[in-house]
Design a protein around this ligand. Structure first.
Ligand code: GMT
Length: 380
């Protein structure tokens, strides 16, 4: 293994979209803290680039809208920019988050630069579990895996699903997600609860997502409706996405508008979690479920569906509850149990903190990626 003092890494990710962008940005910050030079090659400044870091640079991908193009060729523009940055910055490797189209653009960019640098592709979930069902995209993901030096998955469940669905000729490596423990921890939320119109004695159930169909937000609302019959509670729906408007209508039709608060996209997630008692994540697909880890680190136990990578994060009846997909009655029952049994709640909360530090600690996970970075940089 070639041990380099400091690596120069090109990072390709969706800058402001969901968990993959969060992981890509947090990983980059922590690698930069370890002295590596991180070069983000993206269409816009990643949304969690809150503070400028001397070891992080941003290379914007620009697309000219020539009239000849019906669709602006983002994949080609990205490949061009990757080639340019490989050459000008003398990168040691590329780390690609989300296979489509990033893994393909990375392969093309590398070829355009006539470079032999290594490429790590991290699969995050829907790039396989949804796109992999489209025969054309399945082949695209397969091509991306074959062109990468190594491909990682964010859970063992996603690794298995990728092997079965995509049938690559290479094995895959699981490296779990992590969170920034300095940000996600129990914090003082000040007057946030009353600012959101929630009474002191009211319990709070929280759901954070991008409001896509896979998140099954109607199941969240129905589970909450059942909880609200027996407990004084409010539901916080945090985030934005294509289903949000329909969910606002559903809440109205069910007469729950006084009990359900749509906050929109927020940056103060630790504060929102500090005023919450239980998290609901009742998705039909979830490769990992980063919000579960964020909630756990803030001391909030979850009720989540036993699907995808979720059981690798939530151990049923230990640090949260798992329920079958669509079983809203059981989700409500489990949430009520947590809201009413203080001893059980305290145990789950402590077990959650232990899970975050023992299984998903950022230093452990970042070291796994760093080791891989050195291996891949040294293998070319
Ligand atoms: O949740 C989403 O739909 C967004 C998606 C993304 O690409 O950001 O999230 C995926 O990646 C996250 C980070 O690795 C995982 O925590 C999510 O479980 C995964 N989402 C799905 O598999 C649906």
């Amino acid at each position: 293994m070639l041990k380099l003092e400091k690596l120069k890494v090109g990072v390709i990710c969706y800058p402001s979209l969901g968990g993959s962008g969060v992981v890509a940005t947090e990983l980059g910050k922590m690698m930069a803290d370890r002295g590596h030079e991180m070069h983000y090659i993206t269409s816009e400044r990643p949304f969690r680039f809150l503070d400028a870091h001397p070891n992080i640079q941003f290379h914007e991908v620009k697309i000219d809208g020539y009239a000849v193009f019906k669709y602006p060729p983002y994949d080609i523009a990205l490949a061009n920019r990757i080639a340019h940055v490989i050459e000008t910055e003398k990168l040691d490797l590329l780390h690609v988050h989300y296979a489509v189209p990033h893994a393909v653009s990375a392969a093309l960019g590398k070829d355009m630069a006539n470079s032999t640098i290594g490429v790590i592709t991290t699969l995050h979930g829907t790039d396989v579990t949804i796109l992999g069902h489209d025969p054309a995209l399945r082949n695209t993901v397969r091509y991306g895996i074959h062109k990468s030096t190594i491909t990682t998955t964010v859970s063992e469940s996603l690794r298995q699903e990728t092997l079965e669905l995509i049938e690559p000729e290479k094995d895959l490596l699981t490296i779990y997600n992590f969170i920034d423990e300095n940000k996600y921890r129990p914090v003082d939320a000040g007057k946030l609860k009353s600012e959101l119109g929630i009474e002191r004695h009211e319990k709070v159930i929280i759901h954070i997502s991008n409001f896509r169909a896979v998140k099954r937000v109607p199941d969240i609302i129905e589970s909450f409706r059942l909880v609200a019959k027996k407990a004084n509670a409010k539901l916080l729906l945090v985030g934005d996405g294509p289903e949000k408007m329909a969910m606002e209508e559903l809440v109205h039709d069910l007469g729950l508008q006084d009990n359900v608060i749509f906050t929109g996209k927020r940056d103060d997630l630790p504060e929102l979690l500090a005023i919450s008692n239980v998290m609901f994540l009742l998705s039909e697909k979830e490769a990992f479920g980063l919000v579960l880890l964020e909630a756990m680190a803030c001391g909030v136990p979850s009720v989540a569906t036993a699907i995808g990578g979720i059981p690798e994060v939530i151990e049923d009846s230990v640090n949260g509850f798992l329920v079958p997909l669509g079983d809203t009655a059981l989700a409500a029952e489990k949430a009520l149990q947590l809201l009413q049994d203080d001893k059980l709640y305290a145990t789950f909360k402590e077990n959650g903190f232990a899970t975050v530090s023992d299984k998903f600690h950022s230093s452990t996970i970042v070291t796994q990626y760093e080791k891989l970075y050195y291996e891949v940089a040294g293998s070319q």
